[in-house]
Design a protein around this ligand. Structure first.
Ligand code: FES
Length: 145
């Protein structure tokens, strides 16, 4: 049911952990399955030029299913070294494609990966006083309480 790549990233996830002095932190959850994912990012240079700012380090923690762990691991590899402008154009399909596909019932798990990274970018932009730019990035979808 899972591709070899999914199994490989699930069994040996990359970039697991936490960055204590992260420039941005983002957590998203899925209200249906209850899974959670948090991404920590370091960026350089610390400006508001989205074509210039690159992710130099990334770590994640997840309380999620096998697909969520594989997605977070692959997403962390995909965003390292990329600019914010490149990352905000990534879709959940891009991550799923890199993993050689996910079962349809597990596609929502790849949403969590992309949303949590975008949330960490939003956090960084808010911290440098560019909340206006952060508003343009999707991040976690609004949730009903
Ligand atoms: Fe919820 Fe995978 S089942 S993230």
């Amino acid at each position: 049911m899972y591709s070899e790549k999914v199994m490989e990233h699930f069994l040996k996830p990359r970039n697991v952990g936490e960055i204590e002095d992260a420039d941005g932190v983002g957590t998203c959850g899925n209200p249906v399955c209850g899974d959670l994912m948090t991404f920590y990012i370091k960026v350089e240079p610390k400006t508001d030029d989205l074509d210039e700012v690159r992710i130099t380090d990334v770590k994640f923690k997840t309380f999620g299913c096998a697909a969520a762990i594989a997605v977070a691991s692959m997403a962390s590899e995909m965003v390292k070294g990329k600019t914010i402008a490149e990352i905000i154009n990534l879709s959940r399909k891009d991550i799923a494609d890199e993993l050689d596909g996910l079962p349809p019932a597990k596609m929502h798990c790849s949403n969590l990966g992309i949303e949590a990274i975008q949330e960490a970018i939003r956090d960084y932009l808010k911290k440098i006083g560019r909340g206006d730019l952060a508003e343009r990035i999707r991040g976690c979808p609004p949730q009903d309480n």
